[in-house]
Design a protein around this ligand. Structure first.
Ligand SMILES: Cc1cc2nc3c(=O)[nH]c(=O)nc-3n(C[C@H](O)[C@H](O)[C@H](O)COP(=O)(O)O)c2cc1C
Length: 139
């Protein structure tokens, strides 16, 4: 496989411009992200809690760079900090262009934990985000 097509995963956190981001803007972000990411063969998850975003993006390096360049410039958030970028063998979010964990009282603690600890252990945060989705599918 050419190096440019090898899979990578980016994990980043950022701070929402408006802490209480309206649910509608979140829905808009998700809809556009899902559409663009499917086109670009990107997959991932987006969590939001207490005015902070956590996002995982998986795909080819070039496609990730293009998406990250757009995302960094988006005025709906700031302080975009990439906490991990590394090659991966398999996608963890293969079935979603972009998916969000449902913000319910049951999920809230899990979402907060992922965002709080993403700097310490990004891989564990990715696994925990995937667990949250599995949990809500099963619920
Ligand atoms: C927290 C956050 C996450 C985002 N994630 C993505 C994403 O995964 N893919 C994407 O294409 N755009 C994402 N966006 C939106 C981009 O910043 C940008 O608005 C969009 O890519 C523009 O798409 P368009 O040129 O098709 O209108 C995100 C924005 C925010 C604030």
């Amino acid at each position: 496989m050419p190096a440019s097509l090898a899979l990578q995963r980016i994990v980043y956190c950022s701070v929402a411009a408006r802490p209480e981001l309206a649910l509608q803007s979140l829905a808009e972000i998700l809809a556009v992200s899902d559409r663009n990411n499917r086109r670009d063969n990107l997959t991932g998850v987006l969590l939001i809690s207490r005015g902070r975003f956590f996002q995982v993006l998986e795909g080819a390096a070039q496609d990730l760079d293009r998406a990250m360049n757009r995302i960094r410039l988006d005025p709906r958030h700031h302080d975009v900090q990439v906490v991990s970028r590394r090659p991966i063998r398999d996608r963890k979010f293969a079935q979603w262009g972009m998916v969000a964990a449902r913000i319910t009282p049951q999920q809230q603690g899990g979402i907060d934990a992922v965002i709080d600890h993403c700097h310490d252990d990004p891989d564990a945060a990715v696994a925990a985000a995937r667990d949250l989705l599995d949990h809500q599918i099963a619920a």
